[in-house]
Write a protein that binds this ligand. Structure first.
Ligand code: NDP
Ligand code: 8X3
Length: 252
């Protein structure tokens, strides 16, 4: 087996690009998400390009039992996970707090915070057993400063920021690295999900400037997980050149 990376949210966007990039760089992959047919397509694509191995786990990160059962079901040879990429996440809705939709808030909190915690709770002990591993949490520039209408999404990503710092301290004596990668605007299915399938609204988000693409973030993930053993990249903020942070962006 090659080094094994476990990627949540590999059906689309950053997770999918990361799976393809890591596979091109000799990782075997455990790819996860809710849309099984997209995981199967990704598996076929990877296998058409390399001899690297792929294992599919199909679960919803919000469902603790599903997460635990799926990870417990991994065969012995797939349990030596060296890299966990906690990527599954979403924004839903874009409203002032006084008119926010509580179901949207719960989806974001359950996915971005609780889902990340469920997966980490199951995989970190496997890493601790070996005194080896690397957890990469996908935060956001929205986890570094809040913006108008972003309230709860920004809150969940600030939580990812704090959890990453805490994890890094807890994992120190186990020689497990923890990296937070915080992208600005990346053109993926993110805005389509945020605007609940309204493609016109979603497309507008990326008009008038060159955003980041999923492969830009995958490239950063590849960089952090291929540093020498004594080097840990703690925190990375990556924006498009046209963007300074979550608030300031210029048109081209
Ligand atoms: P996409 O919508 O393209 O991908 C999101 C991925 O998360 C999908 O694979 C989806 O899989 C998975 N996912 C969502 N909910 C669940 C769930 N309940 N259970 C399991 N998997 C789930 O968006 P991105 O690639 O852009 O987003 C990836 C991460 O990057 C997120 O954490 C996002 O917050 C973060 N991010 C994105 C930015 C952007 O501008 N795009 C900027 C900064 C951070 P499926 O639907 O098949 O379950
Ligand atoms: C996604 C980037 O600016 O839409 O985390 O919050 S932003």
């Amino acid at each position: 087996m090659n080094r094994i990376a476990f990627i949540t949210g590999a059906t689309s966007g950053i997770g999918r690009a990361t799976a393809l990039t890591l596979s091109e760089n000799n990782f075997d992959l455990i790819i996860t998400g809710r849309r099984l047919e997209l995981l199967e397509d990704l598996e076929k694509e990877i296998k058409s390009k390399s001899k690297n191995k792929v294992y599919i786990l199909n679960f919803d990160v919000r469902n603790k039992e599903e997460v635990f059962t799926a990870i417990d079901s991994l065969p012995k040879e797939w349990r030596d996970i060296e890299v966990l990429v906690n990527n599954a996440g979403l924004a839903v809705g874009l409203n002032h707090i006084n008119v926010g939709d509580i179901d949207d808030w719960e989806r974001m909190i359950d996915t971005n915070i609780k889902g990340l915690l469920y997966v980490s709770r199951k995989i970190s002990p496997l890493m601790v057993e070996k005194n080896r591993g690397h957890i990469v949490n996908i935060g956001s520039t929205a986890g570094k400063e809040a913006y108008e209408n972003g309230n709860v999404y920004c809150g969940t990503k600030h939580a990812v920021d704090a959890i990453s710092k805490g994890m890094r301290i807890d994992m120190l004596k186990h020689k497990i690295k923890v990296t937070a990668i915080n992208p600005g605007m990346v053109e993926t299915e993110f805005s389509l999900v945020r605007f609940k399938g309204d493609k016109e609204k979603a497309d507008k988000v990326y008009k008038g400037f060159t955003p980041l693409y999923a492969y830009d973030i995958a490239d950063a993930i590849l960089y952090v997980v291929t540093r020498p053993e004594h080097v840990c990249i703690n925190d990375m903020i990556i924006t498009a050149t046209s963007q300074a942070n979550s608030i300031y962006k210029v048109s081209e």
